[in-house]
Design a protein around this ligand. Structure first.
Ligand SMILES: Nc1ncnc2c1ncn2[C@@H]1O[C@H](COP(=O)(O)OP(=O)(O)O)[C@@H](O)[C@H]1O
Ligand SMILES: [Mg+2]
Length: 147
């Protein structure tokens, strides 16, 4: 059992803009850099960077904007996104490989392969999606850092 104090926990919030393909990836590259500085295991960093990038991109592509909140505790990384947007009608369907509702313009830029959520699932120890149609989506990814 660990008794975490407030100082053991780092929390950072990155605002994410809808449609901003230039800034897309900033939150995940900053996350990767920070995890490296903290000396986190490279395999954990690899998984966190993929999950973070896919989560971030989903806000850029599918939402009207929101934020990504990274929480680092002594035992886990939590990557949470919260957005305002269309929400996800069928979460099980959205989790399937190849399923996408990305626009033609996003696809022309090379996005919308429908692999983001399946990749997030592969990289995470736990994934939770709470979505309300016409309101928005909250995605919570947990990656354990101590086995
Ligand atoms: N934040 C979000 N808001 C609304 N819909 C989303 C969001 N994230 C994912 N989705 C839905 O889930 C689908 C699958 O997501 P994903 O696996 O990342 O593939 P892709 O982003 O390539 O479409 C998206 O096409 C979209 O319909
Ligand atoms: Mg995606």
């Amino acid at each position: 059992m660990q008794n975490n104090t407030q100082e053991d926990i780092i929390e950072i919030e990155f605002p994410i803009k809808s449609g901003d393909f230039v800034a897309a990836g900033d939150a995940s590259s900053k996350t990767k850099k920070l995890l490296k500085q903290l000396g986190i295991d490279p395999e954990i960093i690899r998984r966190a960077a993929i999950a973070c990038y896919e989560a971030e991109l989903n806000l850029v592509i599918h939402s009207l904007g929101g934020s990504l909140i990274l929480t680092i505790t002594p035992s886990e990384l939590v990557i949470k996104t919260q957005d305002i947007g269309p929400g996800i009608a069928d979460v099980d369907l959205a989790m399937q490989e190849g399923y996408t509702t990305a626009s033609d313009s996003a696809r022309e830029l090379g996005f919308g392969a429908g692999m983001g959520l399946p990749n997030i699932k592969r990289c995470a120890d736990n994934v939770e999606i709470v979505s309300e149609l016409g309101q928005g989506t909250e995605l919570t990814i947990t990656i354990k850092t101590n086995k």
